[in-house]
Design a protein. Sequence first.
Length: 621
Amino acid sequence: MGEKELKLFTDFPPVTTEEWEAKINADLKGKDYERALVWRTYEGFNVRPYYRQENLESLNYLDTLPGEYPFVRGNNKNNNDWFVRQDIFVKDLKEANKKALTVLGKGITSLGFYFDCCKEMTKADLAVLLKDICLEAAEVNFVCGCDNCNCAEVFAEYVSEGQWDNAKVVASSSIDPLAALVLQGKMGDKAFENLKAVVEKTSVLPKFRVIGVNGKWFANSGSSIVQELAFSLAQGAEYLTQLTELGLSIDDVAKNIKFNFGISNNYFMEIAKLRAARLLWSIIVKAYEPECKCAAKLVAHSETNSYNKTVYDPYVNMLRTQTEAMSAVLGGAHSITVLPFNAVYEDSTEFSERIARNQQLLLKEESHFDKISDPGAGSYYIESLTDSLAEQAWKLFLEIQEKGGFVAAVKEGFIQKEIKEMASKRDQKIALRRENVLGTNQFPNFSEKMEKELADAVFTPADYTVEGAEVETLKPYRGAQVFELLRRKTDAYAEKNKRPVAFMLTIGNLAFRKARAQFSCNFFAVAGFEVIDNNGFKTIEEGLAAAKAKNADIIVICSSDDEYADLAPEAAEKMDDGILVVAGAPACMAELQEKGITNFINVKSNILEDLKAYQTKLGIK
């Protein structure tokens, strides 16, 4: 370029924000700007329709490079590589080893060994489990909910006595007594003392992180992204405080913590979450005055959430997990687990596990997401989201600290209350279809039938509460469960009786009747009803005759608001049997109600409560 700076688009005059706003308001033609274009998030801040360079002027970390404090731009300097992880549930050591070796040959670079409740582990057991696995080439993770799990100590001994270079072994054990507190209601009296001993015994492995902060439990209990972030940071800070007070150095404690976050389908927000998490964690660790800034690096494993996964139309889960994996990659996750599409309702299969592996491998080997450090850098939108998430999460984090820290906040019930309130809001949005769960509360597969009997636990919140629980516990669940239970009841009813039929009596104005019939078909198919759409009838009598021929239980009259005043009363008068429903919210609703027509469905309906009511009327229990 020589001495002159190359400027692009010099022929175009700059456009100010005021000019953009004026143009937008002109195009809105009187519509309320805030209502039409501003997204009101669960996170406590609003998202604007666009962002500009001026929105980044107050951000003081933009002049840092990837791999530099405060690590908001990622922990890697030269790439965006991550570990592709697959979890293996260990029931038999030899079989688990066999499966591990198989998947390592199919692109997996990180293994997660899950134990329901492991017995006292020995080096001989590990020799079987880890046989022929090169611990310098693949990350190994041990996950167990037991208080007496000794995997970490035995693993450290096993590695030290082997032929590996201890400095090159990357592993974790995810010991998390605070997760036991929020899920089970209590933790061991000497939980922190025991954790201190584990940290000391495993210090021979510098890249072995034995402490897990499992923020995914907050996400899968219905929390917002800000809540998951703030509560996870508070949990991490509790470990820093408790263990340093017991005599460990801040560097040793911080380098032993690994965060395990969930990933939701909120694409850009999840990218920003990981960036904000690294920023805030670096600030928290710095306050403890570590000897090395590298101790302030947040290492995050990301796992696709179960909260938004579904039993019906389960292949849609592949679409959900794909965008979620992309978010985690672009946000700079250390490792990622993509749960198989059927993991929420049955043991994963060879096919579903293969798909889950390949979802990450496609991002790495074909899309090359691992090549560029901090791919979201400089995006006005992502940088602004990062800042907004950090600001809101920091406020909530400080509120927890003012209550005495994470343990005190849990014992007070503050964290549980916050998550329950947020989960209730989200449940309400799903019931009103303001938050869509594709294939479940919106656009269901009309002809889908459940092929196998599923356990009741699939349709109810999980409860890990133990006897003698000292606090209220979190109960992870899926937002779709209540709708799936509706459909399950209909399916069970249909096995002994005929499947309920919702018949569309389409008449009158073509545009209105087609739109309302489509809406109504989706509405009733959500509960597993058979829906019958029609091109249109010339008269009410013709429509009722066709409905009777189809043995319809519900007749939905689909027309225009103006025509309902005459057509709905006529249909009600001439119906022999069945339930009459009017699709829409016509101005004449009050008049129709006075004539005994009381069933209306529209975009403002609480679809969950309405469908429960229709099931009750039809005798479906």
